[in-house]
Design a protein around this ligand. Structure first.
Ligand SMILES: [Fe+2]
Length: 382
């Protein structure tokens, strides 16, 4: 596999799922596109994915619905909370989830190694994030008894009449689009890493996948340099995003380099980021990508523009996010040949003067155990 280039571009690679879907799996086009996908995830922990099956209007319908949902009074939203299930289904209200990084040594070291001008906004206060979220499960019921029933609970449907009737179709339509796009990418990534195409997809067949829009009230939290979601990585396998109406997502390439303000082109494009499960199974060859959501200059510009253009719409930033997971009962352990490659790449980076910090270990565990450990850190699980 080719190495991380010395100077990396600040534009994320665009990977075309159409090439994979429309050509023979052993064709040179497919091989090249899959290698591009794997390399992008190794270098950036992220990529832009093109999938012509995905319709922009389904994202618009979804964003309209979620703006209307989160514009409801807090007591109405509270009916959809399930703290007894660690908020892994239904709504999480603002100021519940805390960014783990503020009290986590290895994560603080990642920030420390960044040049000061490339660092995220200061999270040292360990304040909870001012964001709300809804978790809508898009999973297939496993045909076996799961050791993690709490991570596989039934969905909550909001009850207000103007929301209820639109809910299922909009959530299912957009969720299914993002799910099939990200599942296609799991195959491309496996092929690009020299593995059988179904390696990851099969291990995630019964994963507790979540359509997980977050919402930030820009009337309350619309000032420049407000942190909407503090610097963190995701605990799942791959996260896929549709375009948000407001910019503000920053990512870091391989957690050592520059802060990148994400731009997703309009049309059939999605952003994908690597999570902790992918990092674990590749032995750190692909690293979970750090990111933050903040109000930056461009967010403020769009807020002002939308106030003029849509004065009657709620001023809420919805992120169009889907978390793809491996099965909770899957035995997670680094694939040996990828772990070797990770070791080699780490040494190479070190020789290039890029210190990736203390070496991490990836002990064997169930995927569900990794998820539960992470949830404790972000204050969602007692
Ligand atoms: Fe995230």
């Amino acid at each position: 596999m080719s190495v991380v280039p010395q100077e990396i571009s600040m534009d994320l690679p665009v990977v075309d799922l159409d090439v994979y879907l429309n050509n023979a799996v052993d064709s040179p086009e497919v091989k090249a596109e899959c290698e591009k996908a794997a390399k992008a995830l190794i270098t950036y922990g992220a990529l832009v994915l093109h999938d012509s099956r995905v319709a922009e209007k389904d994202n618009e319908t979804f964003l309209d619905l979620l703006e209307d949902y989160f514009a409801q009074p807090e007591e109405e939203l509270g009916k959809d909370e399930r703290p007894e299930l660690s908020y892994q289904i239904g709504v999480t209200l603002e100021n519940t989830e805390k960014p783990k990084c503020a009290v986590d040594e290895p994560c603080l070291n990642v920030i420390q190694r960044l040049a000061p001008e490339e660092r995220p906004l200061d999270i040292s206060g360990h304040h909870p994030d001012p964001k709300c979220r809804f978790f809508w499960r898009m999973a297939e019921q496993p045909p076996y008894e799961t050791k993690f029933p709490g991570l596989n609970a039934d969905n909550v449907v909001p009850q207000a009449p103007h929301i209820k009737e639109r809910w299922n179709p909009a959530m299912q339509q957009w969720g299914t689009s993002m799910k099939s796009a990200v599942e296609g990418l799991t195959e491309m990534t496996a092929v690009g890493l020299g593995l059988p195409a179904g390696t990851f997809k099969d291990a995630g067949k019964y994963g507790p996948h979540l359509l997980a829009p977050t919402a930030s009230d820009l009337v309350k939290y619309g000032q420049k340099d407000t942190i909407l979601a503090g610097f963190h990585t995701d605990l799942n396998f791959l996260t896929i995003h549709g375009r948000s109406r407001y910019p503000g997502l920053h990512i870091w390439a391989r957690n050592t380099g520059k802060r990148i303000a994400v731009k997703i082109p309009p049309g059939n494009y999605l952003l994908v980021q690597a999570g902790k499960q992918l990092e674990h199974i590749t032995g750190g060859l692909i690293k979970a990508g750090f990111h933050e959501v903040v109000v930056n200059e461009r967010t403020v510009e769009v807020i002002e523009k939308r106030k003029q253009q849509f004065p009657d719409r709620p001023l809420i930033r919805i992120s169009s996010t889907f978390f793809w997971h491996l099965n909770s009962d899957h035995d997670l352990a680094p694939i040996p040949k990828l772990a070797e490659e990770a070791y080699r790449l780490r040494a190479e980076q070190f020789n290039l003067g890029r210190d990736e910090g203390e070496e991490k270990t990836y002990p064997p565990m169930k995927v569900g155990e990794l998820v539960q450990e992470e949830l404790k850190h972000i204050a969602l699980m007692a």
